[in-house]
Design a protein around this ligand. Structure first.
Ligand code: PMP
Ligand code: GLN
Length: 413
């Protein structure tokens, strides 16, 4: 590996997807639904890929398929309350991954500092390092919740600690709301505090909002780009994989002012160049339909979180029943649970990993046939201990498979 990539390790996904292939556990690890997306979403792709319009099978516009950037601009103009230009202020990418990569690569000078909130989606750190940036970490910490179950709202930033990280070298801060793996939905007050620091220190905000539609009542998703004077310093990132339950389609996007977008366009143009045409066409059809029924019962962006809420509650209950201590997520489709009350039931000495949560999740996969993700993967090296007592489970799964999960744990207990 070239020197500048030194220290890159195999990611938790590479490792745990192989583990799932090898041991065939009930898989609540990697985040994806184990049931089909809405019929009309599949139909849209079938239609897009069987049209005789030859252009749907050839390269499309590099910075985004016209029909899709147009739909994205329309939708988010409405949501953030300002006109977004579809040509200069939107880009479509190969998943939110590429949008993150283009944003970080395109806006980080060697030696720039980038603030990352822990637990963080694991690719942020290597992306910042590849760009020559210096990640500065700050953890969300679980407040004392005496006698009740914690929710993701109980995980908070220390305001002074956050303030202390900002300085002249701070180029950007990466936020993720709803957060993966915690499910924390940042409140307006929390986002305003971050926004004020961004303004004070002339800092860019990269806002990963891939779970924007998966928010449970009474919480509200707030787009930091819509807060006062934040549009001009925010790059907002989304994903069709999460929005339409099609993670395998790998379509993502970013929207931001044209002067910031320029940098993303350059990275994209010279690496990926252009996205997949029929899939972008299908996502555009999806957005067009949902925009017509936005906010109504039939709208997928309304029905999806409703459907997931009962799955969330079911999972919280069966984890509690076996003695784990879940944090109830306000958004997203993951749940963190403290597994350490069950420590006497597992033999961690059989696994060689450094972190206890890695040992626990591997032991569970191999011996109980039950897979979760070790949250220390979402912390930097010096904070991995903060994740070790937890496991992350995904609950966007068929009810029968969640029931099976409950049965497996009950039998093992
Ligand atoms: N950000 C977060 C927080 C995620 O959970 C994921 C995983 N889907 C991504 C970005 C990447 O999204 P995509 O699959 O669209 O590349
Ligand atoms: N975002 C999903 C998760 O957190 C998928 C991650 C991946 O496969 N890279 O589980």
């Amino acid at each position: 590996l070239p020197k500048r990539y030194k220290g890159t390790k195999e990611s938790v996904w590479t490792e745990y997807i192989q583990l799932a292939i090898d041991y065939k556990p009930l898989n609540l690890g990697q985040g994806f639904p184990d049931y089909p997306p809405p019929q009309y979403v599949m139909d849209a792709l079938a239609k897009a890929s069987t049209q005789s319009d030859y252009m749907l099978h050839q390269y499309t516009r590099g910075f985004g398929h016209p029909r899709l950037v147009s739909a994205i601009a329309k939708l988010y103009s409405k949501l953030i309350g300002r006109e977004i230009n579809e040509k200069s202020e939107v880009i479509t990418t190969i998943g939110a991954y590429e949008a993150l990569f283009s944003a970080i690569m395109g806006h980080t000078e060697v030696g720039d500092e980038v603030i990352i909130i822990e637990p963080f989606y694991d690719c942020y750190e290597p992306m910042v390092r590849y760009a020559g940036g210096i990640p500065r970490f700050i953890p969300l910490r679980l407040k004392n919740v005496e006698g009740r179950l914690p929710t993701s709202a109980d995980w908070v930033l220390d305001k002074d600690e956050l303030e202390g990280l900002f300085n002249e070298k701070t180029k950007s801060i990466i936020i993720n709301t709803p957060n993966n793996p915690l499910g924390k939905v940042f409140t307006e007050e929390e986002l305003t505090h971050i926004a004020n620091l961004c303004k004070k220190w002339n800092t860019l905000c990269i806002s990963d909002e891939v779970y924007e539609w998966i928010v449970y009542e009474p919480n509200k998703h707030i787009r930091i780009a819509s807060l006062p004077d934040m549009w001009e310093r925010t790059i907002t990132i989304g994903s069709a994989g999460k929005t339409f339950s099609v993670t395998g389609w790998k379509v993502g996007w970013a929207y931001c002012p044209a002067n910031l977008m320029r940098n993303l366009q350059m990275i994209h143009q010279n690496s990926v160049y252009t996205g997949v045409t029929p899939i972008q066409e299908a996502v555009a059809i999806g957005f067009e339909l949902e925009m017509e029924r936005l906010g109504s019962e039939e709208c997928f962006f309304v029905s999806l979180p409703k459907e997931l809420e009962s799955k969330r509650d079911y999972m919280a209950k069966f984890l509690l029943d076996v003695g784990m201590k879940p944090t109830i997520p306000e958004g997203g489709y993951f749940m963190l649970a403290d597994w350490t009350p069950l420590e006497s039931k597992v033999d961690l000495s059989s696994e060689k990993d450094k972190e206890k949560d890695y040992k626990f999740t591997k032991w569970m996969t191999k011996n109980i046939g039950f897979q979760g993700i070790p949250p220390s993967a979402f912390y930097n090296e010096s904070h991995k201990n903060l994740g070790e007592n937890f496991v992350r489970y995904c609950f966007i799964k068929k009810d029968e498979n969640l029931k099976q999960a409950a049965d497996i744990l009950q039998k093992w207990k």
